[in-house]
Design a protein around this ligand. Structure first.
Ligand code: ATP
Ligand code: MG
Ligand code: MG
Ligand code: MG
Length: 561
């Protein structure tokens, strides 16, 4: 590809509204442009990375014999009525009506669509185990689309679904997908941690997230020192644990609520019974320690009524009855709280990240509480949460926990029979008895993954793309376009290394401009054809090298490998 024909509208200045490193680099490098909030055009550079990432996915799915297919984006609401998720999914779903007034939606995920096809087309145990996947654009009307491709309202997802006749089949499918996912992340150069996770609106149990540690990550993972325990923060500590082991958590509790020596004191400040405090999270913003407290509502058992940021001063001085003011309580208080919280994180450079977590005591009848601030609290999910961690190690055994911000790049679930029972997807077993198909679902945020790669591989002025997904494998830069010897050598190299995907900078630009752009393209190898070319020498540089080195043309093959 000749750069004079290429399209990468670079920017000199970092756009002020881009906070995440990856967002900045992708804008500056002309990888993406926003079309509307959370909706992006993938310009040629990003599209090349996207296609290469998809190719890696396709190869790894083929390696575990999972066929690729494609579902429609536009779906009838009736499908979601059957599964019971139409209401539950809430405002995140893009809904529209067709000209006949039929409720239609843009798919945010495809459990229902796949289950429906299976319900109609799979009849016998002989057709299983079966796995299918697609790579497809998804639509979610996120409350706060942000950080470029990290949280879009339209984004590309790999979503896969498995269908089994027995628990054993499901377990094997899950393990196969899990190891395929690990290979995918490795090949695209993203460091991930598989962690215990909650099952969101999927209504399943047994879920694992793949979390990529990064400063900008919206999730927090808790790991123990030996690395044998890793969980999404929302799953890391159980309310019951506190009841059983108050001593073990005493110190943590102090750290998390300075000024409040115990949950009882905290409850006192809040003027609520201690049994209603579900969880408090400490973080630092504006150089101040702040605590977020989740308090269980008083009427319905699962209603999380008060959630709000409280700084410790207000906490300490709160008078009886003032609580409402500080917390902005009330039904559905989660929305505004999330926005407040997010504003702080995004707008405030002094935020040091999430620091600690402490559980509240409580005679609650659920064990785990979803404290992911970017997810709605869904009433009927608690039933699932209660069993979600069954059999997992008790967090208390793993203290002290370490917390790391991270990006959820993938998520796999053992769904069981939730969808197949709701949507009547049954098969005849060996005895001729009708049974619900046992499902799993598996997803990777493909466009989010692009951002995660950049977050983990950013350089001072650009990015060092991992080989498999680099938009170009080799970037040839010709210093002087009028120099015929340089032109000849550059063109020869372009042809010789074509299989690596070469970008050849043949523009009449100053060296500074070319090198700046090259940092943003981030090809694993840069070859500069300049003055010494006539003597058989070029300069080579990898994005992470400090300086370019002079090398004989005859040694180039070895350098490139
Ligand atoms: P999050 O907690 O970040 O909102 P999720 O748990 O809602 O993600 P899943 O339903 O598990 O997402 O979807 C599978 C994958 O799709 C996620 O692991 C993530 O990588 C990706 N994904 C989800 N929402 C978005 C989004 N708004 N933009 C980009 N990728 C996304
Ligand atoms: Mg989500
Ligand atoms: Mg999530
Ligand atoms: Mg998820």
């Amino acid at each position: 590809m000749r750069q004079s024909n290429f399209f990468m509208p670079t920017l000199k200045e970092t756009p002020a509204d881009a906070v995440a490193k990856s967002h900045q680099i992708m804008l500056r490098g002309g990888y993406i442009r926003q079309v509307t909030a959370g909706v992006y055009a993938y310009l040629p550079l990003a599209y090349r990375v996207l296609r290469k990432t998809e190719k890696v996915i396709e190869e790894e799915m083929a390696a575990i014999n999972v066929p690729e297919m494609q579902m429609p984006h536009m779906l009838p609401a009736t499908l979601w009525e059957e599964s019971g998720r139409l209401e539950k999914y809430g405002a995140e779903m893009f809904r529209l009506k067709d000209r006949h007034g039929r409720e239609t939606l843009l798919g945010p995920t495809h459990e229902e669509t796949f289950t429906e096809i299976i319900a109609k087309n799979l009849k016998s145990y002989k057709q299983m185990p079966l796995q299918l996947y697609q790579i497809q654009t998804k639509f979610r009307d996120e409350n706060r689309p942000r950080f470029g491709l990290l949280r879009g309202r339209e984004f590309v997802m790999l979503d896969g679904y498995s269908f089994a006749a027995s628990r054993e089949q499901l377990d094997k499918q899950f393990d196969d997908e899990k190891s395929a996912y690990e290979k995918i992340f490795k090949r695209v150069g993203v460091e991930v941690r598989p962690v215990i996770a909650d099952s969101g609106t999927m209504g399943g149990k047994n879920s694992t997230e793949f979390q990529a540690p990064a400063a900008v990550g919206e999730d927090t993972i808790a790991t123990n020192e030996t690395g044998t325990y890793a969980a999404n923060l929302e799953m890391a500590v159980s309310v019951d644990t506190f009841k059983q082991e108050p001593e073990a958590l005493k110190d943590m509790e102090k750290v998390a609520t300075p000024g409040c020596e115990s949950i009882d004191q905290l409850a006192d400040f809040l003027k609520v019974p201690a049994t209603r405090i579900v969880k408090s999270i400490l973080y630092i913003a504006d150089e101040q320690t702040k605590v977020l407290v989740l308090v269980r509502g008083d009427k319905e058992i699962n209603e999380v009524k008060l959630t709000h940021l409280l700084d410790c001063d207000s906490l300490r001085t709160a008078e009886a009855g003032e609580l409402e003011k500080i917390t902005g309580s009330g039904k559905g208080g989660v929305g505004p709280v999330k926005a407040d919280y997010a504003d702080k994180i995004v707008a405030d450079e002094t935020v040091k990240g999430l620091y600690n977590v402490v559980v509240g005591a409580g005679e609650t009848d659920y064990q785990f509480v979803n404290a992911n601030l970017d997810r709605d609290f869904k009433v009927d999910e608690f039933a699932d949460l209660r069993v979600a961690n069954e059999g997992e190690p008790d967090p208390v055994d793993h203290l002290p926990l370490k917390f790391t911000t991270s990006i959820e790049v993938g998520h796999i679930f053992k769904l069981g029979t939730y969808y197949t029972e709701h949507m009547n997807a049954k098969f005849l077993d060996q005895n001729g008895k009708a049974q619900p198909v046992i499902m799993g679902s598996y997803g990777i945020g493909v466009t989010r993954l692009l951002s995660a790669i950049v977050e983990q591989h950013a350089t001072e002025n650009g990015v060092a793309w991992p080989k498999e997904v680099a938009p170009f494998g080799i970037h040839i830069i010709q210093m002087k376009m009028k120099d015929e010897i340089q032109s000849k050598i550059a063109a020869d190299l372009e042809e010789k290394y074509a299989k690596y995907d070469v970008l050849y900078d043949d523009r009449n630009e100053r060296a500074g401009v070319k090198f700046n752009d090259a940092d943003l393209v981030g090809a694993p190898v840069r070859i500069t054809v300049g003055r010494d070319a006539a003597d058989g020498f070029v300069e080579v540089k990898r994005p992470t090298d400090e300086k370019a080195v002079k090398i004989a043309l005859t040694d180039l093959d070895d350098f490139i490998e």
